[in-house]
Design a protein around this ligand. Sequence first.
Ligand SMILES: Nc1ncnc2c1ncn2[C@@H]1O[C@H](COP(=O)(O)OS(=O)(=O)O)[C@@H](OP(=O)(O)O)[C@H]1O
Length: 207
Amino acid sequence: MDFTEENIKEYNIQFKEAQPEEIISWAIGHSKNAVVTTNFRPYEVAILNAVTQVRKDVPVVWCDTGYNTPQTYAHAEELIGTLDLNIKLYVPRQTAAHRDVVMGIPGIDDPRHAEFTEQVKLEPFKRAMAEIKPDVWFTNLRKGQTALRDTLDIFSLSRDGVLKVSPFYHWTDEQLDTYLGERNLPNEHKYFDPTKVLENRECGLHI
Ligand SMILES: Nc1ncnc2c1ncn2[C@@H]1O[C@H](COP(=O)(O)OS(=O)(=O)O)[C@@H](OP(=O)(O)O)[C@H]1O
């Protein structure tokens, strides 16, 4: 199905009050090749659980930067096992040990920061999307997280025409805590993204 800015506006009105499962079922029903992406940051379990409840074998792309916390790695292992995720792991072309000698983790004002972000996140992510070629892309973007995210909605179009679907777009942390509690799903807050120093920075995947 072809998605346009026009029909997406209507779907965003139509699905504003819909439950995530309803949104996901609709999107999967209109897709040939859906994907969910995750970095296993806090609350990612919600989207991973909701999507796999609707379709168990959806590919789950994880670009491991190599700099996650031990808690995030343990959390990822747990979710991959308990949700039986069809995980598609992508890693940078360079090892973190090699990069540590060449540039370490450059701060955001360091001119090498862009190259660092390209190596650990953007290139693996572009490689994943080029290989999988999804038409529907599930994420856990939510309103109020960043200025850019405030301009999005449940449905939005990526630069290359992929339908991005964020079924929890209108949800708050408190609502998600209740959702996870009711389903006995674990959450992990000890998370580190080396491409962002501040939580509300964008690094370029969505621009
Ligand atoms: N490392 C890695 N591997 C796989 N997928 C990833 C990764 N990093 C980000 N994402 C996905 O992209 C969504 C936006 O992430 P970011 O906040 O890092 O990007 S951006 O700064 O908004 O451009 C992010 O959305 P959320 O689901 O809300 O976390 C993910 O779906």
